[in-house]
Design a binder for this molecule. Structure first.
Ligand SMILES: *Cc1c(COP(=O)(O)O)cnc(C)c1O
Length: 385
């Protein structure tokens, strides 16, 4: 059976070139980057080179890039690290209600354990925050604003440059989760006025378990990995040399191919959306119609559940995902769609298709043949219909 992977926002395959770049650092060049002899120095050079590549891709210096284990760690570091280091300045943080759990849960943690107040900004029907509401939320004791660049479920892109401007005017640190934006949208951390920014390797055709944080010099942040002077003493631990090398290779290629992939992904998502719209009634796009990631397509199918669609698509070799999580037997609709005002039944009937550069028009044709009959069949069985 044909296998069509349409869940690139969950993870991506490691590219061949990336794997090739990594291989020597597992076997021949296995030195510890902290060792003084030449084998260690070879690893050190590889790490420094990777840092340079990633810094370049983000419009900043290599020295401002800190390698972490991924997006989750970078988000935790930014939020808990800034909270810990600035307790004397204030205990208020502003974020949005559509953040990834790797932002929302650290925010919950600092509320509970450090006595912080967190404002969760509402979003409009497209998932965008309102800049005026952000301005109103700013207080004397606000120390951090954390709002994502692009949403992983809907692809909606937030006005990060405007948010950063407000943060700067009020002397508040600004962090953005750019995990989904990396390699898909141009990011210039200096021009955008970002203080901290999270990235992950496995969302850009790099390996899992590696990521980075852009940390502008001068940001007061407490490390929470202690045990050595690695990564400017901000994140102790022996460097994951193959992971770092692979991550940089993936970023380099994503950057080189960004324009080409942007056009390709937009073409595929448009074809899919138009095709589904033609074949099926009562389906709705979630997220901003234009201001969105090129490969993300989140659609609500009325009267049926995302979970059953995803399982049935899988039987035809199509991998997609639903934002609703099955917890203790009941389906919880996505917090992102609920925050956007999508009714719970429609949120439960949502499926996210996220395309990658390796998907083809033929993949979309196959989906357009297989998906509509599945939806029609599930609707026939639905008690809601
Ligand atoms: C995947 C993802 C993360 C988590 O990154 P990991 O490297 O898997 O820990 C954080 N934020 C967003 C928006 C993501 O899509």
């Amino acid at each position: 059976m044909r296998q069509i992977y349409l869940d690139h926002n969950a993870t991506t395959p490691v590219r061949k070139e990336v794997l090739e770049a990594m291989m020597p650092y597992f076997s021949e060049d296995y030195g510890n980057a902290s060792s003084v002899y030449s084998m260690g120095q070879k690893a050190r050079q590889a790490v420094d080179g990777a840092r340079e590549v990633i810094g370049n891709a983000l419009g900043t210096e290599a020295a401002d890039i800190i390698f972490t284990s991924g997006g989750t760690e970078s988000n935790n570091f930014a939020i808990k690290g800034v909270a810990m280091a600035n307790l004397n300045r204030g205990r208020h943080v502003i974020t949005s209600s559509t953040e990834h759990l790797a932002v929302l849960e650290p925010c919950g943690f600092i509320e509970k354990e450090l006595g912080f107040d967190v404002t969760y900004l509402p979003v409009d029907k497209y998932g965008l925050i309102d800049i005026n509401k952000l301005k109103e939320a700013v207080r004397k004791d606000t120390i951090l604003i954390s709002i994502m660049l692009a949403n992983n479920e809907t692809g909606t892109i937030q006005p990060v440059k405007e948010i950063a401007k407000i943060a700067r005017e009020n002397k508040i640190y600004f962090h953005t989760d750019a995990v989904q934006a990396l390699g898909k949208l141009p990011i210039d951390v200096e021009d955008m006025g970002i203080d901290m920014c999270s990235f992950s390797g496995h969302k850009v055709y790099g390996p899992k378990g590696i990521g980075a944080m852009y940390l502008r010099k001068g940001v007061r942040i407490a490390p929470f990995q202690h045990g050595g002077h690695h990564e400017r003493s901000k994140r102790a631990g022996t460097e994951n040399v193959p992971g770092i090398v692979g991550f940089a290779k993936a970023v380099e290629i994503a950057h080189k191919d960004m324009k080409k992939n942007d056009a390709h992904l937009k073409r595929l998502t448009k074809k899919m959306r138009d095709g589904l719209n033609k074949a099926l009634k009562e389906i709705y796009l979630n997220g901003h119609p234009e201001n969105r990631l090129p490969g993300t397509l989140n659609i609500s199918f009325r009267y049926i559940e995302g979970e059953s669609m995803v399982l049935n698509f899988d039987m035809k070799g199509i991998s997609a995902s639903t934002g609703s999580a099955c917890t203790s037997g009941s389906l919880e609709p996505s917090h992102v769609l609920i925050a956007m005002g999508v009714p719970p039944d429609m949120a439960q009937g949502s499926v996210r298709f996220s395309f990658g550069y390796e998907n083809t028009e033929a993949d979309v044709d196959y989906c357009l043949t297989e998906i509509p009959p599945i939806v029609e069949r599930l609707r026939k069985m639905s008690p809601l219909c």
